[in-house]
Design a protein around this ligand. Structure first.
Ligand SMILES: C[S@@+](CC[C@H](N)C(=O)[O-])C[C@H]1O[C@@H](n2cnc3c(N)ncnc32)[C@H](O)[C@@H]1O
Length: 252
């Protein structure tokens, strides 16, 4: 019943790009600090499992974590591979051009439900995307990563509770301000069209945020689902507006 506009094929590409841009803006200063926080967590987890991992940013969208991680000097990460069902080739090219050594985008469509190993040392990151799957697809995805024996961090920039449902409605603030944060003239005019002249982007962003927070699993649900799969190492951590689930089979 509930749907997110960004999952719909009828959405014009330029509008989808603006909505994903608003999402990136909402997760970085001055609005938030989510991407930095997740990147710090990824580096800690990489060190914990022995380092030199290939970070696979699944369902990457604009690949905000690839961008954040590639700005860090670190020996923990040997490669960063953004991937998506609908890869944003232009954006992936831009990120690869800034860090030719480490950023190696996957340009073919990569479905969370049809995952293949990328390298021997994959560390999967699924950020702000797990909730796009239906409950049955969520369970299928967990079974897939368990079968592939890849350590995985699943994180969400919202949680399933009343505070977060209300918080999602404030998405119109970054939505209306987004054009002011665009770095190129083309981005500015496209976003000014969708955010000011014909302002559907801020409204869709609020709707998708609310639906996301309703679809995200509660901590209790996560515990139940993880128990069914009998992982070796699982951790569920939450802050006021985000949630992190770490699953690891222990032998990677
Ligand atoms: C809300 S965006 C999040 C993007 C990015 N991870 C971020 O944090 O900004 C959700 C992304 O999930 C992708 N997606 C949705 N279903 C997917 C699937 N089954 N397999 C791979 N990617 C998927 C969409 O194309 C979209 O780019």
């Amino acid at each position: 019943m509930l749907f997110e506009f960004t999952d719909q094929n009828f959405l014009p590409q330029s509008l989808r790009a603006v909505i994903l841009g608003i999402l990136s803006l909402a997760k970085r200063p001055p609005f938030g600090n989510y991407n930095r926080f997740v990147a710090d967590k990824i580096l800690r987890l990489s060190a914990e499992i022995g380092g030199r991992v290939a970070v696979i940013e699944l369902a990457a969208g604009d690949a905000p974590l690839t961008e954040e991680l590639s700005s860090r000097e670190t020996n923990e990460i040997s490669a960063i591979i953004p991937s998506d069902l609908r890869p944003n080739t232009e954006r992936f090219n831009y990120l690869a051009s800034k860090d030719l050594e480490r950023v190696k985008p996957e340009y073919a469509s990569s479905d969370l439900l049809d995952l293949k190993p990328f390298t021997k040392n994959d560390l999967y990151i699924c950020s702000s995307a797990f909730h796009h799957l239906t409950p049955a697809q969520k369970q299928a995805f967990l079974s897939i990563i368990k079968a592939l024996r890849r350590p995985t961090l699943i994180c969400e920039s919202l949680r399933h509770n009343l505070l977060n449902h209300l918080f999602a409605l404030f998405g119109f603030v970054p939505g209306f301000l987004y054009p002011l944060f665009c770095s190129t003239r083309r981005e500015f005019f496209t976003s000014a069209f969708w955010c000011w002249l014909f302002p559907v982007a801020p409204l869709i962003f609020c709707w998708d945020g609310l639906v996301s927070s309703l679809r995200i699993w509660t901590e209790k649900r996560w515990q139940e689902e993880l128990q069914k799969l009998d992982w070796l190492d699982t951790r569920i951590e939450s802050s006021a507006f985000s949630q992190f689930v770490w699953v690891n089979c222990g032998d990677s």
